[in-house]
Write a protein that binds this ligand. Structure first.
Ligand SMILES: Cc1cc2nc3c(=O)[nH]c(=O)nc-3n(C[C@H](O)[C@H](O)[C@H](O)COP(=O)(O)OP(=O)(O)OC[C@H]3O[C@@H](n4cnc5c(N)ncnc54)[C@H](O)[C@@H]3O)c2cc1C
Length: 464
């Protein structure tokens, strides 16, 4: 079908204002979050209903037009960016942002996939429930994007990632058929759990239009502390001891190395209360009242002989100040300059070995490099960023491949993964080829071939 006829058909389906074709409008939207990939799409279409999504995808299938689903575009590795051929149609989900149903007694809600994570959290809270996924990008990222990247974040330790938080899913398949499995069931033994095919698939198997999500009681009490210990080994021993004492009330366990806190002290006005080789932000949450929970945490911390320093939040504003130290970490590192970033995970017990081994190998290869490691130690997931603080940073970027190889070799030797948050996108395709088990990749690609034989869903990414 000629370009103009295709666009006219789309505009007739969706209304002319919901199809963008001008470069002035489309190009800024097709720039990857970190500015690394610039796509040039055929157009950007914004369907408003599941039915419209199905019609657009069926139209694309009939004319062999490739589709790139786009949520909040925050995944940072080019996953939602089209190529520059002007042959790929981006489908934006922002108009699919409605609540479909909420069942507080069943602790579930069903929402459309274009709802932002923040809106989903707020919606749950209005019904006295918690939707616990929490990320720094929550104001922009969408439920469909969260599912497609299997997003985690600050409370995975207690509540799990999107894989654990989704009970049902609705997906438009590459041929335009709609797979609707939105049941809010916690038990179902009628065969395979098909929703798991689409979670983490980065839009390569179908376009998610809605999901049924797990809700939890809103915690009424929180106890938050920032503590300093002598090493990551001690931080990980504490993690085990805290789980033993507080069970799943331990909600957040974030680790920051001394370099990270020094950068905060240098670049931010925030008050860094102490310096220690390893700083941990930990939070408990529960029913009951703050005072009782805080007293329990104070008592537990008081028994620790190996605590170098610590601050416990005695009010909500103090809690916010402690959280701010963790939340400004990415921005602080941006102020210090570009870095080579990784979102790796290892078993949490292997974090100390990872930090020691990767640090020694990088220092040997790139003497004087600055390693900024911080993140969700409770689930083994660290941001591991490398830069020089001196002007010859470019030399490091020229050797980015060697840096990545040192990091990923160390990660895999310890049973870890090269992507635990931001997905694969375009950025890590060849690393996935190198490290992922070939049989697993073959099975995944077999599924892709079955569902999308003409490779129309988000082509050029890692399943193609
Ligand atoms: C400041 C910052 C902090 C972050 N912190 C975290 C964190 O703590 N934990 C974490 O896990 N991630 C984190 N991220 C990464 C990112 O926010 C997540 O990966 C998020 O889930 C992406 O959602 P999105 O809507 O922006 O998806 P997009 O970036 O738009 O898309 C991501 C992938 O999903 C596909 N996709 C999007 N919507 C759909 C749909 N409806 N159906 C099918 N496929 C779809 C796209 O094609 C693409 O392949 C962070 C990012 C930033 C910028």
């Amino acid at each position: 079908m000629p370009y103009h006829t295709f666009i006219n058909t789309l505009q007739t389906l969706l209304g002319p204002t919901h199809v963008l074709t001008d470069d002035h409008d489309t190009l800024p939207l097709c720039l990857d979050w970190r500015g690394r990939y610039q796509g040039k799409p055929l157009a950007i279409a914004y369907p408003g209903t599941r039915q419209e999504v199905a019609e657009v995808i069926a139209l694309c299938a009939a004319h062999q037009v490739a589709v790139v689903p786009m949520g909040g575009n925050t995944s940072t590795c080019g996953a939602a960016t089209p190529d520059d051929s002007r042959q790929q149609l981006v489908i934006g989900l922002k108009r699919l942002n409605r609540l479909i149903a909420i069942d507080p007694d069943n602790n579930t809600m069903t929402v459309e996939a274009g709802m932002t994570l923040l809106e989903a959290q707020q919606l749950a809270a209005r019904h006295q429930r918690l939707f616990p996924l929490s990320l720094a990008s929550e104001g922009s990222c969408q439920i469909g994007g969260n599912l497609s990247t299997n997003a985690g974040g600050l409370a995975v330790l207690r509540y799990g990632t999107m894989r654990e938080l989704a009970l049902g899913i609705e997906v438009v398949l590459p041929d335009g058929q709609c797979l609707s499995a939105l049941e809010g069931l916690r038990k179902n033994t009628t065969g395979l759990d098909l929703k798991q095919w689409f979670i983490g698939a980065e839009g390569q198997l179908g376009l998610i239009t809605a999901a049924t999500l797990k809700l939890f009681p809103l915690p009424s009490a929180r106890a938050t502390a920032l503590v300093g210990v002598a090493s990551p080994e001690i931080a990980i021993q504490w993690l085990g001891a805290l789980k033993q004492r507080f069970g799943d009330r331990l909600t957040t366990y974030e680790l920051m190395t001394q370099v990270c806190m020094e950068l905060v002290a240098r670049y931010q006005t925030a008050d860094v209360p102490f310096m220690a080789p390893c700083t941990v932000l930990l939070e408990l949450s529960d029913s009951g009242d703050n005072e009782t929970l805080t007293d329990q945490l104070v008592e537990w911390l008081g028994e620790r002989q190996d605590m170098l320093d610590g601050v416990i939040a005695m009010s909500e504003s103090q809690r916010q100040s402690l959280w701010a130290l963790r939340e400004i970490m990415s921005e602080t590192q941006r102020l210090q300059g570009h870095s080579i970033k990784h979102d790796i995970a290892v078993p949490s017990s292997a974090i100390p070995s990872f930090l020691t081994q990767a640090g020694a190998r990088l220092e040997a290869a790139f003497p004087g490099c600055c390693i900024m490691a911080f993140g969700h130690a409770g689930d083994g997931n660290l941001h591991y960023n490398i830069a020089y603080t001196r002007p010859d940073n470019q030399q490091l970027f020229d050797d980015e491949h060697a840096v990545n190889q040192i990091v990923y070799d160390t990660v895999y030797a310890l049973g870890g993964t090269l992507a635990a948050e931001h997905g694969i996108g375009q950025l890590k395709i060849h690393w996935l080829e190198r490290y992922k088990d070939p049989l697993q990749l073959k099975l995944m690609r077999g599924l892709k071939q079955q569902l999308d034989p003409h490779n129309l869903m988000n082509p050029g990414k890692w399943l193609s």
